[in-house]
Design a protein around this ligand. Structure first.
Ligand code: MG
Length: 288
């Protein structure tokens, strides 16, 4: 319904604010399509203004300041061992858990990286508040776990989330429980922080609004991603100064990225080698 109702004549780079407003008022979900339009409009508008997107949005992007975590997916302990070795240059890892072998997976990571800072994403994997608390207490004993993302299913009652928040020795972050501004009040009640993603919220402008609303409610904020190309990852990087934590590694997890933009050597986000100076600072990748 959303895609069919798009009238391209209503979208103008030099009238980007009204164009975004028009998109926001179209019926239907399709957050990914909304996100694509938001990025394209803001990319064009910033280019027209001769500015990188962050400056166009009134934000700054300082080189050497922003570090993304690198994700280690669910796998056997042997594979996790190899993946953590391969990610040795990344100072912060995000370990996916929520399966029967969680203890063995963290042990495999710790064999290679004994004291590295780790964020944990349970992806709704622990089914009761008691199980979630038991697992978070185990993780807290590690000493170098920063926070735990989505310990229980999003459908879990608010009372269970409040119970867990009150007792958890580590901050708990909402991912599947958080979609945008509309969830901020509830999440402030149930979580310590939220994982904001451009695709979930429906665009650069909506992600930025969600980050600001969450911070205003006292929530910590992480800017996260899906498995994405450098277009979305670069768009996210322009918002780096507007959040507390960055998890922008989606383009590092694919081998066929058709674009180049922000880089993440040793986890440090940088536009220093981005060939395009304005807008998203993204262009098609040079062959080879
Ligand atoms: Mg997650």
């Amino acid at each position: 319904m959303f895609v069919q109702s798009i009238d391209l004549n209503r979208l103008e780079f030099d009238d980007w604010a009204q164009s975004l407003d028009w998109i926001d008022h179209l019926p239907g979900g399709e957050k990914a399509a909304r996100c694509a339009l938001s990025m394209a409009l803001l990319d064009g508008a910033a280019k027209l203004a001769g500015q990188p997107l962050h400056r166009f949005l009134g934000l700054e992007f300082g080189e050497q300041r922003y570090v993304t975590s690198f994700s280690i997916g669910i796998a056997s302990p042997e594979v996790i061992h190899k993946k953590v070795l391969a990610a040795k240059d990344f100072p912060i890892l995000k370990l996916k858990v929520g399966v029967p072998g969680d203890h063995e997976c963290l042990a495999a990571l710790r064999e290679v990286a004994p004291s590295k800072l780790v964020r944990v994403d349970a992806n709704e994997g622990w089914k009761t508040k008691e199980e979630a608390l038991r697992m978070i207490e185990w993780l807290a004993a590690d000493g170098n776990i920063q926070f735990v993302e989505q310990p229980m299913p999003a459908a879990q009652p608010d009372a269970d989330w409040r119970w867990l928040k009150a007792r958890s020795p580590l901050p708990i972050f909402a991912d599947e429980s958080f979609h945008g501004v509309e969830d901020v009040t509830r999440c402030a009640d149930c979580f310590h922080g939220v994982n904001v993603k451009l695709v979930k919220t429906g665009g650069v402008h909506r992600a930025l609004a969600a980050l600001k609303a969450a911070q205003a409610c006292g929530l910590k904020t992480m800017l996260g991603c899906m498995v994405e190309t450098s277009v979305l990852i670069s768009a996210g990087a322009h918002l780096a100064t507007a959040c507390d934590f960055l998890d922008l590694d989606g383009n590092l997890l694919i081998t066929n990225d058709p674009f180049q933009g922000v880089s993440a050597r040793c986890g440090i986000l940088s536009f220093a080698s981005a060939p395009e100076p304005y807008g998203l600072r993204v262009c098609p990748r040079e062959p080879g």
